[in-house]
Design a binder for this molecule. Structure first.
Ligand SMILES: NC(=O)c1ccc[n+]([C@@H]2O[C@H](COP(=O)([O-])OP(=O)(O)OC[C@H]3O[C@@H](n4cnc5c(N)ncnc54)[C@H](OP(=O)(O)O)[C@@H]3O)[C@@H](O)[C@H]2O)c1
Length: 300
């Protein structure tokens, strides 16, 4: 049985990835979710090859507990759990700004901690076109691209934005920049025969829970009009289409093609990637600072 872990598999994109993965013969899917009851109910619907495990990505203690409890080889890890938080700054129990904690620090810690089980396995990070200040669609929604300062400053919640909404959008875009830079940089450090690291830019998938903290009119727009007009927007997709691309990257795509690459929902190298995120010095800073911030080490 090939085992795949999908974080944030209780809703939206992660749930769809889990559903599509489990349909494959010889595949076991772990729904790594913060609400275990909900995860167990979803796993039951998916059948005997799906299993839920508790994982709260806002808690380093819980992430470390998950890593310590893990036994056995992992074929693929999907770092999908994520949020967008345009309200007042929220800190996790560890004292870290919530968006950076859940979207980046959790994905980073989980990946590093589970690497010894991922021999010959694939790690998929979920990026987003919002990280690139030159992308038109995110700009229309108020995104101004990633604002990478340092991991320590971001974790403290420091920001040059003048209002909560802009701070939230900047933090989200920055977290997706960090996810992308991490995937690209880890691929520089390991051969694809050891671990395959890649990034999926899933496009805009209107209707997921990502807008749950937005004001009511934005939530309504997200779950209705934007869904309807998606076919007219170049970089819009659906959870079904983007999950199919994720499953392909986890199971069928040639490792040498996708290792260190950012692909889009059409299964092609993404054209929405900011050149800055590919800079070797940026990748080095993101990975070294994250390792030092988390007191972690990459296995040799
Ligand atoms: N929708 C888009 O247009 C879009 C575009 C680009 C990238 N993405 C990325 O796609 C991923 C999934 O987002 P989505 O659109 O599917 O949103 P979603 O429907 O809100 O799903 C987010 C998932 O993350 C989980 N999650 C949030 N905080 C968590 C925590 N502390 N611990 C564990 N799980 C947590 C949620 O769990 P609960 O069910 O418990 O809340 C949920 O399962 C994110 O990484 C997002 O950045 C989305």
């Amino acid at each position: 049985m090939d085992t795949f872990i999908v974080t944030g598999a209780s809703h939206g994109f992660g749930l769809e990835i889990a559903r599509q993965l489990v349909r494959r013969a010889g595949t076991e899917v772990i729904l790594a979710v913060r609400d275990l009851k909900k995860g167990e109910a979803l796993a039951k619907e998916m059948g005997p090859n799906a299993r839920a495990m508790r994982l709260d990505c806002a808690s380093m203690e819980d992430i470390n507990r998950f890593i310590a409890a893990w036994r056995g080889p992992i074929r693929g890890l999907v770092n999908n759990a994520g949020l967008q938080q345009p309200g007042a700054t929220r800190l996790t129990a560890d004292g870290y700004e919530e968006t950076i904690a859940v979207n980046h620090l959790a994905a980073f810690q989980l990946t590093v901690g589970l690497l010894p089980h991922l021999k010959g396995g694939r790690v998929l990070f979920i990026g987003s076109g919002t990280h690139n200040p030159e992308n038109k669609t995110p700009r229309r929604f108020g995104f101004r691209g990633a604002k990478f300062t340092s991991i320590a400053q971001l974790a403290k919640g420091e920001s040059d934005a003048t209002n909560d909404r802009q701070r939230g959008l900047d933090r989200y875009a920055t977290s997706k920049f960090l996810n992308t830079a991490t995937g690209i940089e880890l691929a520089r450090r390991f051969q694809p025969t050891e671990h395959v690291f890649s990034v999926l830019d899933p496009g805009m998938m209107a209707g997921t829970g990502l807008a749950r903290s937005a004001p009511a009119p934005v939530r309504l727009l997200w779950s209705t009009v934007l869904k309807w007009i998606s076919p007219l927007i170049d970089d819009a997709s659906t959870t079904e289409k983007s999950a199919a691309a994720a499953v392909w990257m986890l199971t069928e795509a040639p490792a040498s093609d996708i290792h260190g690459a950012v692909y889009d929902f059409a299964r092609k190298p993404s054209e929405r990637v900011w050149e800055k995120v590919r800079e070797a010095e940026v990748g080095r800073m993101v990975v070294e600072q994250s390792l030092s911030f988390l007191h972690a080490k990459l296995p040799t």
